[in-house]
Design a protein. Structure first.
Length: 372
């Protein structure tokens, strides 16, 4: 069993190269102002100087388009074949931020609720994907993970948490898979166990980085957001608060907030046919779309963007906490804040919702609404 290990920052590419044996490794790569997770290339080098990835890494486990089954017809007969999850190779995602790892942990609860509602594609990809996270030393101004029960150096959902100490990198295992991964690296690249005086110094530097990062977020004008208060107060009749038309006024219903979000998981299923054969595919969908809730009869329970905007926020901060033991459907990554073309800020919406719930008179039992 391995404790935390200290590696020279210059040796980190060698560590990742060691992990590349037998698995595909993806690392953060910045080009054209966008940061993505791309296959590790030893010749390209490795940089730890980046913010969060532009899009979340959820597509590694929940592809934007996925074939579920294939079918063919011959007269009165039909043949069905369940599609295997795309690819079978083991993977390692290096440098994902703690907020994205927390999102994976949240989606575990969504896709693996019980024996009758477990998504085999999600499980297959999750089991063969190792997550090595990198703590955020300098959180972005749009981030608010601490308000969502996480933090810039939070280990939830990770196999290993890395801390950039400048000239060194501290790798702390979180799971047994992480400990085995450290053993792989240490057998090839010289590292120092985080014990004794040297280890105490490194652990202390990592703790200071975590405290400083959390202090930066504590100075945010949104630091007073408390999910518990919002969740408790939103049990009142949110439909009658009157805040939603003003919030929805500038919304374009473009869906960028949902597609960039690491926890949004709505999808549509379509059959694509060509001649006597075809396939059934699952595609990402967005609750911002009018078509998302349109019935075959033509009726739409959310006919205007006011209802759709309300659904997005209440799904994350009321319905999901009700179904997942109080956990919100948001990890505070800030992508929707940074990428909304009309500057709708989810933190402002939460503050508005909190204030409206404070002022609203108590009502009876909360009104139920479909969580979809």
């Amino acid at each position: 069993m391995y404790d935390a290990m200290i590696f020279s920052r210059l040796d980190l590419p060698r560590v990742i190269a060691a992990w590349s044996a037998g698995r595909a490794v993806y690392v953060p790569t910045t080009a054209g102002g966008n940061t993505t997770l791309a296959p590790f290339d030893p010749e390209r080098g490795l940089s730890l100087d980046y913010g969060n990835t532009t899009l979340s890494p959820k597509a590694f486990l929940f592809p934007q388009t996925e074939c579920l089954l294939r079918f063919a017809t011959c007269g009165q007969d039909a043949a069905l074949a369940v599609a295997e999850p795309q690819g079978t190779q083991k993977r390692l995602l290096f440098g994902i931020r703690p907020c994205d790892a927390a999102a994976f942990a949240l989606l575990d609860a969504v896709f693996c609720q019980d024996a009758h509602s477990t998504d085999p594609s999600w499980v297959s990809r999750r089991e063969r994907t190792i997550l090595v996270g990198l703590g955020c030393n300098t959180p972005d101004a749009a981030c608010f993970c601490t308000a969502m029960g996480s933090g810039p150096h939070h280990p939830r959902g990770l196999d290993i948490l890395a801390a950039d100490l400048g000239d060194e990198v501290l790798l702390t295992p979180v799971t047994d898979r992480g400990r085995a991964l450290l053993a792989e690296a240490a057998s090839i690249v010289p590292g120092i166990p985080a014990r004794g005086e040297r280890g105490g110094t490194a652990l202390g530097r990592a703790a200071t980085l975590r405290i400083n990062a959390e202090a930066v977020m504590a100075r945010s004008p949104f630091a007073g957001l408390t999910l518990e208060a919002v969740a408790r107060r939103s049990q009142r009749t949110v439909h009658a608060l009157g805040i939603w038309p003003a919030i929805a006024e500038t919304c374009l219903n473009c869906g960028v907030c949902t597609f960039a979000c690491p926890t949004c998981h709505c999808f549509d299923i379509q059959d694509e046919t060509k001649g006597a054969s075809g396939r059934r595919v699952r595609n990402w969908d967005t609750c911002m779309s009018w078509l998302f809730t349109a019935h075959a009869s033509g009726h739409n329970p959310r006919p205007t963007k006011v209802e759709r905007v309300r659904q997005r926020f209440m799904h994350k901060f009321k319905y999901m906490p009700m179904n997942l033991g109080g956990r919100p459907g948001c990890v505070g990554c800030g992508r929707c804040v940074r990428q909304c073309p009309v500057n709708i800020d989810i933190r402002e919406v939460l503050r508005t919702l909190d204030m409206a719930c404070r002022a609203a008179p108590p009502s009876g039992a909360p009104r139920a609404e479909a969580d979809s």
